[in-house]
Design a protein around this ligand. Structure first.
Ligand SMILES: C[S@@+](CC[C@H](N)C(=O)[O-])C[C@H]1O[C@@H](n2cnc3c(N)ncnc32)[C@H](O)[C@@H]1O
Ligand SMILES: O=C(O)C(=O)C[C@]1(C(=O)O)C=C[C@@H](O)C=C1
Length: 244
């Protein structure tokens, strides 16, 4: 388990709430932040590891795009049994990548893990049997999303998979409000105050533009994926596996 500090980033009133960034302050408390903010996070990460055990093919690569501290890469490395594989983690936050490299060194994975500090759009997907974007696509400009999914599809081997986890927007206003309210209640029960919840919501407003499940499914099908499976959903948090 990766240990770090408790998330109190939005606990005091901020005169002006600036846009959310994956900087030093966030990286330092990230394990606590994501577990208290994303319903089912541990379940999702472990199940992605299980899928790596099932779908990663010998002699191929697994890409963990937006790897943060490497939770998905490390989970996958625990399950992969086939030979000559490599895991490539990519993140454009220096603060995350530095910590990720330290965790990976300490863990001593049997599968080699390389961590690249770059925009994921600069990394070509090659010889891949599995690509994971665990709550990353939502931070990328909507206009760039189709090209990214297409690049992933093109770099996957036949039978390869993309696991795409995203916070979604429900198409109807009343449904969307219900899912947001249930998520906020989840955060309250995990110790976040009303101030923390509302300041974080403001911070995320400009940087996290969510799509509906239908928009994700359409994008994946347009890229060429033959099967799109919603395998996890809790409130407005979902994870999809798309099979080539
Ligand atoms: C919510 S976190 C992902 C959590 C992580 N996948 C996990 O399972 O613990 C989103 C990550 O995506 C990274 N990110 C956002 N946009 C990116 C981009 N264009 N290229 C690379 N990384 C990006 C952020 O720096 C951040 O670490
Ligand atoms: O806190 C929220 O409301 C979120 O949307 C959670 C979320 C995410 O989905 O990526 C947002 C930012 C942090 O990286 C951790 C989790």
């Amino acid at each position: 388990m990766i240990s770090s500090g408790k998330d109190a980033i939005y606990s005091s009133p901020l005169g002006q709430v600036s846009d959310f960034r994956f900087d030093e302050n966030v990286a330092e408390v990230f394990p606590d932040m994501i577990q208290r903010s994303v319903p089912g996070y541990n379940t999702i990460v472990d199940a992605i590891g299980q899928m790596a055990g099932r779908y990663v093919q010998a002699g191929t690569q697994l890409y963990d795009l937006g790897c943060s501290l490497g939770a998905v890469s490390l989970a996958a490395s625990r399950y992969i049994q086939v030979p000559d594989c490599k895991i490539i983690g990519v993140d454009n936050s220096k603060a995350m990548v530095e910590r990720c490299q330290r965790h990976i060194q300490a863990f001593k994975s049997a599968v080699p893990i390389e961590v690249i500090c770059d925009d994921l759009q600069n990394v070509a997907i090659q010889n891949a049997s599995m690509v994971v974007m665990n709550f990353t696509l939502q931070f990328i400009e909507p206009g760039q999303r189709q090209a990214i999914i297409q690049g992933i599809f093109d770099g996957l081997k036949p039978g390869g998979i993309l696991v795409l986890s995203e916070k979604i927007r429900h198409p109807s206003e009343q449904g969307n409000e219900l899912l947001i309210e249930l998520h906020h209640e989840f955060k309250r029960r995990n110790g976040y105050s009303e101030l923390e919840i509302s300041q974080k919501r403001t911070a995320l407003e400009n940087v996290m533009k969510t799509d509906s499940f239908e928009e994700h499914a359409k994008r994946l099908q347009q890229a060429g994926f033959s099967d799109v499976i919603l395998w996890f959903k809790c409130f407005n948090f979902t994870s999809i596996v798309a099979i080539k």
